[in-house]
Design a protein around this ligand. Structure first.
Ligand SMILES: C[C@](O)(CO)[C@H](O)COP(=O)(O)O
Length: 242
């Protein structure tokens, strides 16, 4: 049963330290083609017909910047800002707790968790993740890698990399109730994962997770030059969303 907007929700994470980027401010609030980095992914989520609530998880110190960024996006009524924790795991949990009531009464059936530092995702990618998550329980975008070799700690090449490696991206989508339960169990166990899938693998191993095709342009702004690449991509193909 669907009432107007879809029953999926999105959590967009903006709490990272950004130490590898090297800027004094949180990289997700730096300008990218006319608005903050974070605003691009918020716009895609807020404009998506299957996504209802969008929860932006921000650091306490960044709440003013987060609110300003939200104002640059159309459909802001759908975006809620909440405070995250010290780690990615705690921030994901904070986002899920914000949605807990809506998950319990089934207004939200699937949750997408997205890195705020990945501004160039497309609505098609959101479609693919949602469809696969609804069908199997979980979905993770991945890009097949054919340019990898194994190397030892001294830098010596030790042979070909195993077959079938994929570079993992976000948004990662899961059915909402098992996702929230897994994060509550992880919190009790003091677990901190590297992404949503790693937590589900440990605390909800019965949930099947399917890889869907990721996107080459869905880069993560990690280092300074990534912002230059994203700027160039947007200069060529500016998405209409937002
Ligand atoms: C989840 C992720 O985007 C997969 O590539 C990545 O691991 C996130 O890393 P971060 O250091 O938490 O931003």
């Amino acid at each position: 049963m669907q009432h107007g907007r879809g029953r999926a929700a999105a959590i967009v994470l903006a709490g990272g330290s950004g130490s590898r980027f090297g800027a004094a401010v949180n990289k997700v609030y730096l300008p990218l083609a006319g608005r903050p980095v974070i605003a691009w992914s918020l716009a895609v989520m807020a404009a998506h017909p299957q996504v209802g609530p969008v929860v932006l998880v921000a650091r306490e110190d960044d709440l003013a910047a987060a609110t300003d960024a939200v104002r640059t996006v159309a459909g802001t009524g759908r975006i809620e800002v909440t405070t995250g924790g010290a780690s990615r795991q705690e921030s994901e949990l904070a986002g899920l707790r914000r949605l807990a009531e809506r998950i319990a009464d089934r207004r939200v059936d699937v949750v997408l968790v997205h890195d705020g530092a990945r501004p160039l995702l497309s609505a098609d990618l959101v479609d693919r993740v949602l469809a696969a998550a609804r069908e199997t329980g979980g979905a993770v975008p991945g890009l097949a890698r054919h340019d990898l070799v194994a190397a030892g700690p001294d830098g010596a090449l030790t042979g070909p990399a195993p077959e079938g490696l994929v570079a993992v991206q976000t948004p990662q989508g899961f059915r909402a109730a098992p996702l929230l339960a897994a994060y509550e169990a992880a919190a009790r166990a003091g677990f901190a994962g590297t992404d949503t899938e790693s937590c589900m693998a440990r605390f909800a191993p019965d949930v099947r997770v399917r890889r869907v095709d990721g996107e080459g342009r869905n880069i993560k702004i990690t280092y300074g030059h990534d912002l230059e690449v994203a700027t160039a991509v947007l200069a060529g193909t500016r998405p209409a969303a937002g």
